[in-house]
Ligand binder design. Structure first.
Ligand code: RAM
Length: 350
């Protein structure tokens, strides 16, 4: 009997050890060198498989290399899917692990509020990454924005207009239904469409959601083409969705007939710009966001900086960064447009 209990105990310990190791590997956490004084920085993307967020990760690593690898423990971890509450357990684990700061690309504008409050009460600096949480700003310390969101909708409608000669039906293929960033841009597209008579002959037929997953984006794009045979174009403001849309157009030999624009990574869009499937699309510089985040942490931890509106900190090659009155930090103001003239230059970068 005693022997059996001992065996059961050993089995339990082994299972726990394996589960612990599995957790460590989940989401590709970086290895800790184990020092006690390191600043622990967590980056929790919308989901762990969307390549868009790997481009931000590059910036974190670049700044850490500049400021000394020995000073940081950087952990990139997140859920497999981008559900509204999927990130909670990852934020809680970061708090448990005594994170200095968490950078979260929130999948919902309020579903994480209590988790953020608990984290801040435990002394963790909470930043929203690549977007903000509209209406819930009191629950975070600041938000790192890739660009001014006010510029996104007007630019995307203009790129679509240029491609379809400002006339005809178009659709939007977004990411998840609750995504604060996507919804802000969709509102911006709708507002610009209504506000400018230049777009009077353009008609938004529907908004569909590919959940930032290539398979679902593909299915949704195919359904759009079937349901709207007169569709002239699609705006996909998602780096996971736009290459999936392009692939569908390429495979169905619809290049030139149904136009495509949106937000995407030059690296995944290069082939589609080259063959004319996508004449132009836009983005900012995702690595800058991670880079800026590390300098922000360094300023708070080592230079007595308090990240309050109106204050400034030095961010290496990005110069002096000032926090806006609404607590947002603009990595860049304007977006950049990619087309055949510059895609080869940017595709190797991100
Ligand atoms: C998607 C995500 C992300 C967005 C990019 C452009 O992958 O929705 O939040 O910023 O696209």
């Amino acid at each position: 009997m005693k022997q059996m209990r001992k065996l059961a105990l050993i089995a339990l310990c082994l299972t726990m050890a394996m589960a612990f190791l599995a957790c460590q590997r989940r989401g590709g956490e970086t290895e800790s060198a184990g020092g006690g004084e390191k600043l622990k920085i967590y980056f929790i993307p919308k989901d762990s498989v969307n390549p868009y967020f790997y481009a931000i990760d590059v910036g974190f690593k670049e700044a850490i290399a500049e400021l000394g690898e020995e000073n940081f423990e950087y952990i990139y971890t997140g859920p497999a899917t981008a559900g509204p509450t999927d990130q909670i357990e990852y934020i809680e684990a970061a708090v448990q692990n005594k994170a200095f700061a968490v950078f979260v690309s929130a999948n919902h504008d309020s579903a994480l509020n209590r988790t953020f409050d608990d984290a801040r009460a435990a002394g963790v600096n909470v930043f929203i990454m690549n977007q903000d949480i509209p209406g819930s700003e009191d629950h975070r310390d600041a938000a790192i924005m890739p660009a001014s969101f006010a510029n996104v909708g007007p630019l995307l409608i203009e790129l679509m207009g240029q491609q379809i000669d400002y006339s005809g039906d178009f659709a939007i293929l977004s990411a998840t239904t609750d995504a604060p960033d996507q919804n802000a841009w969709i509102d911006g597209i709708k507002q610009a469409l209504a506000a400018d008579s230049k777009y009077a002959n353009m008609n938004l037929v529907t908004v569909v959601y590919g959940d930032d997953q290539p398979e679902k984006s593909t299915t949704e794009m195919e359904a759009l083409l079937t349901k709207y045979p007169d569709l002239k174009g699609v705006i996909a403001p998602t780096a996971a969705g736009i290459p999936a849309c392009a692939k569908v157009l390429q495979t169905r030999r619809l290049t030139g007939q149904v136009k495509l624009t949106g937000l995407g990574l030059p690296s995944t869009m290069q082939e589609f710009v080259k063959d004319g499937t996508c004449e132009s699309f836009a983005l900012w510089n995702p690595p800058y966001e991670g880079y800026l985040a590390v300098y922000l942490v360094d300023a708070i931890a080592n230079k007595g900086y308090k990240p309050v509106p109106g204050s400034s900190f030095e961010a290496g090659k990005l110069g002096t960064i000032t926090i806006e009155s609404n607590g947002q930090i603009l990595t860049l103001k304007d977006l950049m447009v990619y087309d055949a003239s510059n895609i080869d230059e940017y595709a190797p970068l991100f």
